[in-house]
Design a protein around this ligand. Structure first.
Ligand code: PHE
Length: 370
């Protein structure tokens, strides 16, 4: 119970002694209690406030109420007590001041200290390369189209002239979304194996003439090793117009390879097969490590297996069958398409020896491209 000033009836020396002893020990108990500046102020006001502070009450209840013969004695004791309280209060004030100064000093922030630097992020080498490839074609007037990573069987295969059960599908195995047996085959969902479905989506959306590049992520059932990853990136290209010929395809890709690898690079078109292009070709560039000579430092070049050529991308003239799926008239238009692996190009450009490095997230590797 907090101390309150009692009324006095008995003003004998003994009774006065007890009243002042009680008040003094109450003060001594309370003076050590305040833990903070606001608590200390409450304590101070409780004892010293003019109106209703404990000292004022002692004056009213004890001195003013004292009978004449006791006045002198009570007056003296009240004064002594008042002096005691004021003195102790001043000490306590000093103590609290010092404590709060210390607290402030401890909390002080030195604004001249250097800050904590956050490392700057940078473009991932795969995205950087993808943007660079896209940039080459944008400069040729191509626009950029994107499509979904989860595709239907129709867009990924059927409309690209891979009929159901055609063996060409085997080279592009992927993850199929489960539980879709009740849907017709063409509507079943899978993770796209190439960016070629965006060719179909673009031709459905736009009438010829058309020139698009389609960058994006693709998925295949490939075990990861130094040159394979089940997830990788491609940039697709498609140009459809009247009178587009294989020469246009050759000129375009030859220019693109020179823009990406330097003007001394040569290209060569090697017969190949894709269901959605006819004729089809693989594009090879002269080996950038041995300048197409097949030997490096007197030894067979390992990058091109001593052939002087590196196979880089697939391409061809759009198969007339494909136009049938998008309502283009194959007797009026012709076009070419190509698709290239972004990681493969990044590996060659930057001399990276393992595709997995792009996906492991090791900052020591990635920051070299910043
Ligand atoms: N889509 C093919 C692949 O992923 C590449 C390609 C694209 C070939 C366009 C020809 C034309 O292998």
């Amino acid at each position: 119970m907090a101390y309150t000033v009692p009324k006095l009836i008995d003003f004998s020396a003994n009774s006065l002694q007890k009243a002042f002893d009680d008040a003094k020990s109450a003060f001594e108990n309370e003076v050590v209690a305040p833990k903070s500046e606001p608590e200390w102020k409450l304590f101070r006001d409780r004892w010293l406030a003019r109106k209703n502070g404990i000292l004022t009450q002692a004056n009213d209840l004890w001195l003013k109420a004292a009978p004449k013969e006791a006045k002198r004695e009570v007056g003296q004791r009240v004064n002594e007590f008042k002096q005691f309280v004021e003195q102790e209060m001043a000490k306590s004030r000093e103590f609290h001041q010092a404590a709060s100064n210390l607290a402030v000093a401890l909390e002080r922030v030195d604004i001249t200290l250097p800050g904590i630097r956050r490392p700057l992020g940078a473009e991932h080498p795969v995205i950087k390369t993808m943007n660079e490839i896209v940039g080459v074609f944008r400069n040729l007037g191509y626009s950029v189209e994107e499509g979904p990573e989860i595709e239907t069987d129709y867009y990924n295969f059927e409309s690209l002239n891979f009929p159901p059960n055609h063996p060409a599908r085997d080279t592009q195995d992927t993850l199929f979304i489960a539980g879709q047996e009740s849907k017709p085959l063409r509507d079943r969902l899978l993770l796209r194996t190439h960016t070629s479905p965006v060719q179909i989506r673009s031709m459905e959306k736009m009438k010829p003439p058309l020139r698009v590049v389609c960058p994006g992520k693709v998925h295949r059932n490939d075990a990861p090793d130094a040159t394979h990853s089940p997830i990788f990136h491609q940039v697709e290209g498609l140009a459809v117009d009247t009178n587009i010929t294989f020469c246009d395809l050759k000129g375009t890709l030859d220019h693109a390879m020179k823009a990406l690898f330097g003007s001394s690079v040569k290209t060569r078109f090697y017969p190949s097969f894709f269901p959605f292009t006819e004729p089809s070709a693989d594009v090879q560039i002269s080996c950038i490590f041995c300048d197409g000579t097949g030997t490096r430092d007197g030894a067979p070049c390992r990058n091109c297996k001593a052939t002087g050529w590196i196979e880089l991308l697939g391409c061809g003239m759009v198969d007339p069958n494909v136009y049938g799926f998008v309502d283009y008239d194959p007797t009026k238009v012709s076009g070419f398409a190509f698709g290239m692996g972004v990681e493969r190009i990044a590996i060659l450009k930057y001399g990276v020896d393992d595709i997995q490095l792009f996906f492991n997230g090791d900052v020591r590797f990635l920051e070299q491209f910043a």
